[in-house]
Write a protein that binds this ligand. Structure first.
Ligand code: ATP
Ligand code: MG
Length: 333
């Protein structure tokens, strides 16, 4: 059986609970559904949840990543092929649509499909019919499509890069997953969940917990890679703390971080000497603007980790917080 069925969905933020409610509603309908969201937000888990809550739960849940295959391969993967349809096709092969019959087909990274494939998918949705590549026989198909993408499909359709008629059909209902930084109440429950699992994997009896500083760091980070990144960071932290017998304190967000990283420019103090503008100017405003620019650049350089940014700027964390509040650079908190 598919392991995804057992994977729990963790989250207690309002936004996440709303998503779960939407998922239970949409799962009952025998219509296509789209799951949209940034990378690592949990699109695949949500797609699986839709299937297993649906009346099709005991039928196949078949997945295909459309971005992983070239057009012709994608076509035979989806629709199958007859023996002899191309060199090397010695036997008839069933496509994912046929394998998913009476169940659900998860089409991941749907935006990257070619016009031809999109047209064939549209036909399955509209008429429940398909032909294998190299075949004439029309095959009936009863499949519920769950599509996923991190692209803005309506915009792609406007630009002629995605079929508008297919989009209309697929978008019977759309679930848009919020990024992790917009549902901060989910961060610690997820971190706790991944940490406990990792501790178990490492043969530890208990997970001691995170230190307050570690919690602050996890809460403040912007999580551009969303839940997947959180999982990696937490697992690495638990693993690194192995044998220390105390709260997990060290959080390493970027495992590539090293002074010897290729192309990495060390933060030496070769900043050019400031020059005064030629025109008359407001000294105070000028200084403030310089401070704001430096703070923004430093935050970006340190991937919005405030603890690291403070170290980088040679100030204490509380001094940095003071500056951020002063210039209202604390958005998203
Ligand atoms: N709410 C959640 N509870 C528990 N684990 C989660 C949750 N959301 C995501 N995960 C985990 O985070 C990781 C990424 O999730 P998933 O693969 O579903 O994301 P995705 O949106 O499909 O990402 P991508 O766009 O990169 O394909 C997986 O390991 C998944 O198990
Ligand atoms: Mg995915």
């Amino acid at each position: 059986m598919d392991r995804q069925q057992e994977q729990p969905l963790i989250g207690e933020s309002r936004a996440f609970l709303d998503i779960l409610e939407h998922v239970s509603r949409v799962s009952q309908l025998n219509r296509p559904v789209l799951v949209i969201g940034e990378r690592g937000t949990g699109k695949e888990l949500i797609a699986a949840r839709i299937h297993y809550l649906s009346p099709r739960w005991d039928r196949p849940f078949v997945k295909l990543n459309c971005a992983a295959l070239a057009e012709s391969l994608l076509e035979t993967e989806l629709f199958g092929h007859e023996a002899g349809s191309f060199t090397g096709a010695t036997r008839r092969r069933l496509g994912r649509f046929e394998l998913a019959n009476e169940g659900s087909l998860f089409l991941d990274e749907l935006a990257s499909t070619s016009d031809r494939v999109q047209e064939k998918v549209l036909r399955v949705i509209e008429y429940g019919e398909l032909e294998r590549v190299g075949g004439n026989e029309t095959i009936r198909s009863d499949v519920r499509i769950i599509g996923a993408t991190n692209e803005d499909l309506p915009r792609l359709a406007e630009e002629g890069r995605f079929r508008a008629d297919l989009l209309d059909r697929l978008a019977f209902d759309v679930i848009t997953l919020p990024p992790l930084r917009e549902r901060r109440d989910d961060i610690m429950p997820l971190a706790q969940h991944f940490a406990v699992k990792m501790a178990g994997e490492l043969g530890l009896e208990v997970f001691e917990g995170f230190s307050e500083e570690a919690r602050d760091q996890l809460m403040e980070y912007a999580w551009p890679g969303n839940v997947r990144e959180l999982k990696n960071v937490v697992e690495r932290a638990v693993y690194s703390a192995l044998g220390e017998d105390q709260l997990v304190n060290d959080i390493l967000f970027d495992p590539f971080e090293s002074p010897w990283r290729p192309g990495f420019e060390a933060n030496t103090s070769d900043t050019p000497a400031p020059t005064a503008p030629l025109e008359a100017y407001d000294f105070k405003e000028h200084i403030q603007q310089t401070e704001i620019d430096l703070l923004k650049a430093a935050l970006e350089q340190n991937r919005f980790n405030q603890k690291k940014t403070a170290v980088y700027l040679g100030m204490t964390y509380h001094q940095l917080r003071g500056y951020l509040r002063k210039y209202e650079l604390t958005e998203g908190e």
